[in-house]
Each structure stands twice: as C-alpha cells, then as structure tokens.
Design a binder for this molecule. Structure first.
Ligand SMILES: [Zn+2]
Ligand SMILES: [Zn+2]
Length: 249
C-alpha cells in the first residue's frame, strides 16, 4: 500500500502546506482540502483512477478542494465513471450546496456523483472501519485495510480512546497534531491534539509509525521540538507530515 500525504497542513493554508488530503494507491482519497486537485494532477496526470473519497468532517479545511476536484473531473476529463463520496451525515447536502453556490450547471456535469453517509462506528464495504473523533462538527476517524495492511487517519480530534481502539495494531497512524504541548489547553478547547497527545494514542494503539498531521500555523518553526516531544512518549517511528511525502506500507 502506498500512502501519500497530498496536503499536510490544517486550519489555514500556508506557503508550504496545502490543506488535508491523503491519497492511497492512486484510487482512494481521504479529505480534500484546498490545493488537492492540482497536487493530484501533478502527481498522476489525471484524476481518472480516483474511485472513493472519504470525508472526515465538514470543516472548510477538509472539503474546500471538492469544487475544483469535481470541476476538473467534469471540464478537464469529461469523466463519466462515477465517483463516490463517503462521509458523515449531511455530506451530500454540503457538497451539492457548495456546487450550487458557485453556479455549477448540474445537468451538464458529466461525472455521476454518488454519496454514502455513514455513522461513526460503522464500516463501509469491508474497506474501512470507523470511530467517532472528539471534534465538532461530527468527525469520523477511518481505519483503512487493503492486502492485510492497515492504517488509521483520525481527522480532527482531541485525544480519543475510541480512536486508540480503532487504530489497534495498525501499521500507521496519521494523527491530528495541530498544537504544540505548551498550548495543550487550547488544543483541548478546540478539540484538537498536541504531538504528545498523538504519541500517547500511537503508543496505546501499538502502531509502528506515527505521522504528525494537520500541521497548523502555531506549529511553524517548532517542527523538531514537536517531533522530539512525541518521541519521548512513542519510541517507534515518528514522522512529521509534509506535502508530497510517500509512505510505503
Ligand atoms: Zn481541520
Ligand atoms: Zn475540524
């Protein structure tokens, strides 16, 4: 399995990081923040291989790339193969509202848009298992499995026992790490995690690799410090997410 961090930032886009998006084996995408479509086109040349898009939650930084993704599939590629969006309740309404708001002529869009709304805790097609993240609005953490290898992506979350359980024995955990430890109170209040929180969950779950993800502007300049803080708690491999980073599992 090849996992590519397409967008490694979070909250606000920065010169170095676009917003959350994770590509798996060129056919599955998790979240679609601003910057995703162009990165995918640069990497793959086309969006035709994309089949499933899993959305963690309906915050702007996780869905702000969906309009350009759908417009590129339609106008650039004239795609007629369906694409399926899986996400929490109201995902369909949110995506369709986004498209209507920007005056998308829906009867001319060539690509069939399919939606499957799921509740946290459920699974989808034997491909993903989920848990509820500690975040608002409702956010789904995903465990994805293919060829007996699995990884877990938390979406946005405060430290969560449910996620530790979901990620048990995964090879890789991609965890919210939006704040440094000295802003732990702020992280808790906004339902995000510090790198130490992420490390504690990685340790509890017994994963092999932890990726510190959803890197926000308050972390800028503190990269090594946050990695070191995490390594004190989680002694296996800790990786700081960056755009374009490929992880082979
Ligand atoms: Zn976010
Ligand atoms: Zn969020």
């Amino acid at each position: 399995m090849k996992v590519v961090l397409i967008g490694s930032g979070g909250s606000a886009i920065s010169p170095d990081r676009s917003l959350p998006a994770i590509l798996v084996d060129d056919d599955v995408l998790f979240d679609c923040g601003e910057g995703t479509t162009q990165s995918l086109l640069r990497r793959m040349g086309s969006l035709n291989s994309l089949k499933l898009v899993f959305i963690t939650h309906l915050h702007g930084d996780h869905v702000s790339g969906l309009i350009s993704l759908i417009w590129a599939m339609w106008l650039r590629e004239r795609r007629t193969e369906p694409i399926t969006f899986i996400g929490p309740e109201k995902t369909k309404d949110a995506v369709m509202t986004l498209l209507r708001t920007v005056n998308t002529p829906l009867d001319e869009v060539t690509v069939p848009l399919e939606f499957k709304e799921i509740t946290p805790g459920s699974s989808y097609n034997g491909v993903v298992w989920t848990a509820q993240s500690t975040h608002s609005p409702t956010c789904i953490a995903y465990r994805f499995e293919r060829d007996s290898v699995s990884f877990c992506y938390t979406g946005d979350t405060a430290p969560s026992k449910a996620i530790a359980k979901l990620a048990t024995s995964c090879k890789l955990l991609i965890h919210d790490s939006a704040f440094p430890e000295e802003l732990a109170e702020k992280a808790k209040k906004s339902n995000h995690s510090t790198s130490v929180d992420a490390a504690r969950i990685a340790k509890e779950a017994g994963v092999d690799i932890l990726v510190l993800f959803h890197w926000s502007n308050v972390n800028e300049g503190k990269e090594q410090q946050l990695v070191n803080q995490a390594k004190k708690v989680f002694t296996k491999q800790v990786i700081l997410a960056r755009d374009g980073l490929e992880i082979g599992l």
